[in-house]
Design a protein around this ligand. Structure first.
Ligand code: SF4
Length: 284
């Protein structure tokens, strides 16, 4: 366990935070100054974080240019925002879905002060991360009318995931990481909650690495898998179990882990000294 902890710390130290932040959707959040705008921009960025990261960043930049310099103010003018978002599209999401998300998030801000205050209340009422997230997303979904119509498009319901459905809720956990982890040049530490409540957002990169480090044997991207990986990471830092997520995820993106012993593709992988594929076969 000490060996894995040392390797994870080294991966974190080796991460070129400046370069990787500018290649990550969270980079856009840092371009805004006020916390009300930042928490809305982060929500939009996290909710569309599907697929190729370059495409996500381009679609996010287009959406933010349409939303305008103050997303919280834009949420107070629903008709104008809906009109500016017309023509925007990313996967199953249309501009009208993004507008509804911003309008819903802004309504929750108006009722609670900030989105962070709303989430804090949901956490304190439940002390259950999944249920707190579900209540938080319910509030935004209801306020923005982000519901799928019967027989309609998947976009509106899919944009803001539902943690009760059993998926790993990667996009929502990513949002929480950005908002709650202490400010470190990537995460913003905007919300008054302990980072100990977080789970690592499990995407395909983190899932592969977690399996190769022996943190889980589960093959699905489910909430149960996220909890299992979170419990393994909490052994290294119970106060901050999502601490290694950014560095590991970006290393996974660059490494394109083959999940098998491959001298070429594994070359330079920071976790090779503790990867199960290399431990079984000995040193290269
Ligand atoms: S050493 Fe290779 S198989 Fe193991 S985690 Fe790194 S890239 Fe993946």
């Amino acid at each position: 366990m000490q060996r894995i902890a040392g390797v994870l710390e080294q991966v974190r130290r080796d991460c070129d935070v400046g370069a990787r932040r500018s290649a990550d959707p969270v980079g856009a959040v840092h371009e805004f100054a006020g916390p009300l705008d930042q928490e809305i921009v982060a929500l939009v960025a996290a909710c569309i974080a599907f697929g190729n990261v370059k495409t996500i960043r381009a679609k996010l930049a287009d959406a933010l240019a349409r939303i305008g310099p103050s997303p919280s103010a834009a949420g107070d003018a629903p008709s104008a925002l809906q009109s500016r978002m017309r023509g925007w599209k990313h996967r199953v999401f249309l501009g009208q879905d993004i507008a509804a998300l911003v309008i819903g998030a802004r309504a929750v801000q108006r009722s609670n002060g900030t989105l962070g205050e709303r989430f804090r209340a949901d956490w304190e009422a439940t002390h259950d991360l999944r249920e707190a997230l579900a209540r938080f997303t319910d509030a935004i979904r209801d306020a923005g009318s982000l519901h799928a119509s019967p027989g309609g498009r998947r976009g509106p319901a899919h944009l803001l995931g539902n943690p009760r459905g059993g998926s790993a809720s990667k996009r929502l956990l990513l949002y929480l990481r950005w908002m709650i982890r202490p400010a470190d040049g990537v995460d913003l530490g905007l919300w008054p909650l302990s980072a100990s409540i977080l789970l690592c957002p499990v995407d395909t990169h983190i899932h592969k690495l977690a399996r190769n480090l022996g943190f889980t044997r589960r093959a699905d991207l489910s909430w149960k898998t996220a909890v299992e990986i979170g419990a393994a990471l909490a052994r290294f830092d119970p106060t901050d179990p999502a601490r290694y997520d950014f560095a590991l995820c970006h290393m996974g993106m660059l490494q394109r882990c083959p999940s098998r012993r491959d001298a070429v593709r594994c070359d330079g992988c920071g976790v090779m000294p503790v990867c199960i594929h290399w431990a079984r076969g000995g040193a290269p």
